[in-house]
Design a protein around this ligand. Structure first.
Ligand code: DAH
Length: 371
């Protein structure tokens, strides 16, 4: 028998290994040989890696299988356990080392490919800047937060409306002069189809909501509106409003005023004072404009408030009983208030923006200021 035969091809008995120590010493020898061969592998040389794997884990000629055949199988029963355990350990070591080497070889191969293609992997990666929410969105969310905190819910409605919901049911009959300030876009539809328009305010949702539900109603309606206005620093043909409506059996002007004052202090700061100024809207009676003490001069008078000390915020009032007639509410039993504010206007007030058009131009130099 030749000693040149590798040890995994001779049985343990042939090698005189009868004790656990002797067997462990043989395993250690094989393991050291594997470690030497693995250390000699050139990173990135996948062919050499494959050869190493075949010579250790290959089915027919692999060292691990040979040990199974020549050491484990013929071993006497009392040695089987220890040989099996050591063989498993050796196999796990070989497998995990090969796995690591493969990952390294592949990475080195990829780096080599990148280097030969001229890509510089040391350059910083492409950073995609995180977007920010648009100031109109931020303002809408703040307005919603305030009203949600005092029991209002948010509802939304269609931007395309019938003249009935946009005008008539809000007590604005055809030929009423109030329509002049709210000229809008009409859809071009085949002759004979019912007229449809882009809503000029969010007020139609007052009607939709009251048609669908009985009092109590406490809603706000954020949404986009349209008017045939020429663009300037305070006008746009598309803009946003938030409508508010509270109707119940016991709502008085006091609730109305208290709610409005609470809202103004929450939105513009606790020192802000509120003023209700008589006004006119067809769907409220009495109607009021809500003014706030000027945020810039605190009411003393400055250029921003045109030396009035007050700035107009939004329109409002107690719901006109005529409106209840359109939704079959009992005007003798119930009462309520409503308001409608321009979201852009509120955003401009709050952030000191002087031109509404800036809100639509998507210039990142402008938008970046609202991070
Ligand atoms: N819809 C009105 C407009 O767009 C704003 C408004 C005023 C809404 C008074 C209301 C209100 O609900 O009570 O000009």
């Amino acid at each position: 028998m030749s000693d040149a035969k590798p040890i995994q091809e001779r049985t343990l008995a042939e090698q005189g290994a009868a004790t656990s120590e002797g067997i462990a010493a043989l395993f250690a020898e094989v393991r050291a040989r594997f470690d030497r061969e693995a250390a000699q592998l050139t990173a990135g040389d996948l062919a050499a890696w494959t050869a190493l794997r075949n010579s250790w884990l290959g089915r027919s000629s692999g060292v691990i299988n040979a040990i199974g055949d020549n050491w484990l199988k013929p071993a006497p029963p009392e040695q089987k356990r220890v040989v099996g355990k050591l063989l498993n350990e050796l196999k796990a070591h070989v497998e995990s080392t090969l796995e690591e080497l493969r990952a390294r070889a592949e990475a080195a191969g990829a780096a080599g490919a990148a280097a030969s293609s001229g890509a510089d992997l040391s350059l910083p990666g492409l950073r995609r800047a995180l977007g920010t929410r648009h100031p109109i969105c931020q303002t809408l969310e703040e307005l919603e937060r305030i009203f949600l905190s005092i029991g209002f819910s948010v509802v939304e409605g269609p931007e395309i409306e019938t003249p009935y919901y946009n005008f008539e049911a809000l007590n604005i009959p055809e030929h009423h002069p109030a329509r002049d300030t709210m000229d809008t876009f009409y859809l071009s539809l085949p002759k004979g189809s019912p007229e449809l328009l882009l809503r000029t305010h969010t007020s139609p949702m007052q009607i939709h909501t009251m048609e669908r539900q009985q009092p109590p109603v406490r809603i706000i309606v954020p949404g986009r509106c349209y008017r045939r206005d020429n663009p300037d620093s305070t006008h746009s043909f598309a803009f946003h409003q938030i409508e508010g409506l509270a109707v119940d059996t016991d709502i008085t002007f006091c609730e109305f005023k208290g709610t409005v004052e609470y809202f103004v202090r929450e939105f513009l700061g606790p020192k802000t004072r509120t003023r209700l100024r008589p006004s006119y809207f067809p769907f409220t009676e009495p109607s009021a404009e809500v003014d706030a003490s000027c945020f810039a001069c605190d009411g003393k008078g400055c250029r921003i408030c045109k030396h009035a000390g007050w700035i107009k915020l939004f329109g409002s009032g107690m719901v006109d009983p005529a409106v209840y007639g359109f939704v079959n509410y009992d005007a003798k039993r119930i009462s309520g208030f409503a308001f409608g504010m321009g979201v852009e206007r509120m955003a401009m007030m709050r952030y000191g923006i002087s031109d509404i058009q800036l809100l639509y131009q998507n210039d990142v130099r402008f938008l970046r200021q609202f991070v």
